[in-house]
Design a protein around this ligand. Structure first.
Ligand SMILES: [Zn+2]
Length: 200
């Protein structure tokens, strides 16, 4: 009896995105980081809420608009309390929201991104087609990491080793999209796969 193992990973950000832009105080391009603080401005029953970023060199601040002239009643109470408390988790969540950066027309520095591979789950089912492993890697932030590099980091190999396995057909990229890649490890035919299997 042979088995098909499916292992799913996700690329998770370790920290908020950084912004790269010209700082008016420094007079040149610098990097802005998440202060994990919010600014709230009340005007009648309307609220403006920003997430505060700052230049890492001079602390010049840059406010990213989260809510603009929003009715108090339309903001969930729990979330509003988190804004008041400068809740770190919420600030991190907004600091990883591609939509927030897009809306504020600021440039994310994708060179400075710290990420990890998080194993989401693994399933095993019977297969009539020999031993096989399929590794799926979700990339919800669409980080520009080449598939070989993603596979190499998950398998703990060098990029050259992965390239070599791809050329031999031991590894096969089945799907490749900005948000998702799927790789199959073709077992049975090759002796190298025994080692591979034990390492995943
Ligand atoms: Zn500055």
């Amino acid at each position: 009896m042979s088995y098909l193992r499916k292992i799913e990973y996700e690329i998770a950000l370790k920290e908020s995105f950084w912004i790269v832009r010209g700082c008016p105080k420094c007079g040149r391009k610098t990097y802005f980081q998440n202060t994990k603080k919010f600014r709230i401005n009340a005007n009648g029953n309307k609220l403006d809420i920003w997430l505060i970023y700052q230049c890492e060199e001079c602390k010049h601040t840059l406010n990213l608009s989260i809510y603009e002239r929003q009715k108090v009643s339309s903001i969930p109470k729990e979330e509003y309390q988190c804004f008041l408390d400068n809740d770190e988790q919420l600030a991190e969540m907004y600091g990883k929201s591609l939509q927030l950066f897009r809306k504020n027309k600021v440039t994310i520095d994708f060179e400075k991104v710290n990420y990890d591979f998080v194993k989401l789950h693994e399933t095993t089912e019977h297969s009539d087609f020999g031993e096989q492993v399929i590794i799926a890697i979700k990339n919800p932030y669409q980080l520009k990491v080449r598939p070989e590099k993603q596979i190499a980091e998950i398998l703990g190999m060098s990029r050259n080793q992965v390239k070599n396995l791809l050329e031999k057909g031991i590894l096969e990229v089945k799907a490749e999209q900005p948000q998702f890649i799927s790789v199959s490890v073709n077992a049975g035919k090759f002796s190298e796969t025994d080692r591979l299997f034990s390492e995943i």
